[in-house]
Design a protein around this ligand. Structure first.
Ligand code: SAM
Length: 278
């Protein structure tokens, strides 16, 4: 290791003190302090030497260090303007590190990441959903996403039809990837401690897992279907502006009973429905 390990309470406190920093709640800053968790995330990412990794929110470089030590070529996007100065010290000497100061939701990822890459991140929880949907909906050459999220979000990402938490997020994630919860992480692994348990989810992205003629339209149908969970799919879709007759006909063609609710539909059924509605 080029530097002492960042993933510890002592090192993290020392770095924050040295740079006169306080973890920002607004930016979702909960820094990892558990080296075992870093090791397990890096292991779950199955990094091979020289592989490109996009890290979202490197913070003070804790997970980044683990990724670099495993041989990854890391591009990290960090919003906090105070952190580049910290990272240039904590990760000094690592050659395969590139930092972009900016908002992950605004940077042009297709310009930034031109080769196939993996995403590894301890995500800021206030924008987890937007980040994941952005990554999955843009046609980026991503092969794997390994993310730390709130346990509740992890459960939604991997939920199956007919469970209460199955929703647009579950469909969006599973439409593009095989997703599973790898392990849970207790609040004590972070400084400051979050109020909730976290989970690391591994999504193996498969470009051709399912095929639809118009992906944007498919996503619109899924979102509209879950718009009002208590309503039937027919009422949700008509409520969202689709013509009742057209919805009825499409449901019939897709062999979906019009009294069903969105949460009972499999991804295959959503695809059939969207293709008929299109
Ligand atoms: N990776 C570090 C770790 O594991 O200790 C920090 C993780 S912390 C949960 C989330 C990080 O995301 C913070 O460093 C925060 O400043 C950064 N962040 C918050 N919003 C962001 C955004 N829109 N774009 C990029 N980074 C963001």
């Amino acid at each position: 290791m080029l530097h002492p390990q960042i993933a510890s309470v002592a090192a993290t406190k020392h770095i924050l003190k040295k740079f006169n920093l306080r973890a920002s709640k607004k930016l979702g800053q909960n820094f990892l302090i558990d080296s075992e968790v870093v090791r397990k995330i890096v292991e779950a990412a199955e990094i091979s030497h020289g592989e490109e990794v996009l890290e979202i929110g490197p913070g003070i470089g804790t997970l980044t260090q683990g990724l670099l030590e495993a041989g990854a070529k890391v591009t990290a996007v960090e919003l906090d303007k105070k952190l580049p100065a910290v990272l240039s010290e904590t990760l000094e000497g690592y050659e395969n590190f590139r930092l972009i100061q900016g908002d992950i939701l605004k940077v042009d990822l297709s310009e930034l990441m031109t080769n196939s890459f993996k995403v590894v991140a301890n995500l800021p929880y206030y924008i987890t959903t937007q980040i994941l949907l952005t990554l999955l909906e843009k046609k980026l050459p991503i092969t794997k996403i390994v993310t730390m999220v709130q346990k509740e979000v992890a459960e939604r990402m991997t939920a199956q039809p007919c469970s209460k938490i199955y929703g647009a997020m579950s469909v969006a994630v599973q439409f593009r990837s095989d997703a599973e919860i790898s392990f849970d992480v207790e609040p004590s692994a972070f400084l400051p401690r979050p109020e909730v348990t976290s989970s690391v989810v591994v999504c193996n992205v498969k470009e051709s897992k399912y095929n639809v003629s118009d992906e944007e339209f498919f996503i619109k149908v899924v979102r509209s279907s879950f718009g009002q969970r208590r309503k039937t799919i027919l009422n949700s879709l008509t409520g969202a502006g689709f013509l009742r007759e057209k919805v009825l006909q499409s449901l019939e063609n897709a062999e979906i009973n019009f009294e069903r609710r969105a949460e009972t539909l499999t991804i295959e059924e959503f695809i059939k429905l969207a293709e008929n509605l299109h």
